[in-house]
Write a protein that binds this ligand. Structure first.
Ligand SMILES: Cc1cc2nc3c(=O)[nH]c(=O)nc-3n(C[C@H](O)[C@H](O)[C@H](O)COP(=O)(O)O)c2cc1C
Length: 281
């Protein structure tokens, strides 16, 4: 098991280097992955890299992200979408809000890489309106990215363009489900729909749509920057990388600890990492 501290990839801990501004994120190596990918790599190369990294969806079902992207990529349609699921259906989970608040540019970089890989020119980031700080943080970052030509028209002087829309709703647990989000983006009542067909084939406005959890997308710049093998060196045989977890204390009204551990960590290791260090453990 590698040292937990070196496995932090998507989460920024409190007190750690603040990368919320574009300048700071760039100083920490941010957007280098996007620049390389968009200028030197084909979408198919990125998809293969994401498969080789064993990146699986962090939103629940755990499918290989690259395989889902390949379905969207290969659909014969000139309009495709990406939805970044930043909702946290479980009201006690803090993963999405922590990523929005503390590492918004890495989320945006992951979103644009996903859009480039699947061939989408429009993205919806779907979150909770109550995440006031998270929404403000990602909107601020989006404005900076727009000004720096990292989002929007002809990104970094290439012929790839992509718009990112932020949309919020607070409709309880079902708001985290993908077909509910698609209905809400279309202005309909938030009701789940039967699958198949899956959104990858018939999604938003019946167009091929890659719905990805925000945590999944935040991992993509790490893969493109350091390579699939390095990414998969943390985690298990089946799943590369880390998982963001929310750990609550039995203290009323206390803030939870949001931690990131390698896949395969035991409950004992998770609790120790969260700071529970009882004698005899
Ligand atoms: C009731 C319900 C709640 C869900 N809540 C979330 C959620 O909060 N965040 C999320 O990313 N996926 C959630 N999902 C899964 C999404 O429908 C979708 O599969 C996921 O966002 C795909 O992203 P991934 O492949 O990166 O995991 C939920 C699914 C169900 C059935």
């Amino acid at each position: 098991m590698p040292e937990f501290d070196t496995s932090y990839r998507v989460l920024r801990r409190r007190g750690e280097l603040d990368v919320r501004s574009l300048d700071a994120y760039r100083r920490a190596g941010g957007y280098a992955a996007l620049e390389t990918a968009i200028r030197e790599q084909t979408p198919e190369q990125i998809i293969q890299q994401v498969i080789d990294a064993k990146l699986r969806g962090r939103g629940g079902a755990g499918r290989l992200t690259g395989e889902k992207w390949r379905i969207v990529r290969n659909m014969d349609d000139n309009q495709k979408y990406v939805i970044c699921n930043a909702y946290d259906a479980d009201p006690r989970a803090w993963a999405a809000r922590s990523l929005l608040e503390r590492n918004p540019h890495q989320v945006i970089e992951g979103i644009i890489l996903a859009a480039y890989a699947v061939g989408a020119s429009e993205v919806y980031l779907f979150t909770r309106n109550i995440y006031l700080e998270g929404v403000a943080s990602v909107k601020r970052a989006l404005n900076e990215a727009l000004e720096a030509n990292l989002v929007g028209r002809d990104i970094l002087g290439t012929d790839f363009s992509c718009t990112v829309n932020v949309i919020g709703a607070d409709i309880g647990f079902m708001g985290g489900e993908e077909t509910v989000q698609i209905a809400l983006i279309k202005g309909r009542r938030g009701m789940p729909e039967q699958r198949p067909p899956f959104p990858a084939q018939y999604g938003l406005w019946d167009k091929p749509t890659a719905v990805n959890c925000i945590e999944t997308l935040a991992n993509v710049p790490v893969i493109v920057r350091s390579g699939a093998a390095e990414f998969a060196s943390v985690g298990t045989e089946m799943t590369g990388g880390t998982k963001v977890l929310t750990v609550y204390d039995y203290v009323p009204d206390s803030e939870p600890k949001v931690i990131e551990v390698p896949f395969g960590a035991t409950l004992h290791e998770i609790l120790r990492h969260a700071g529970y260090n009882r004698p005899g453990w």
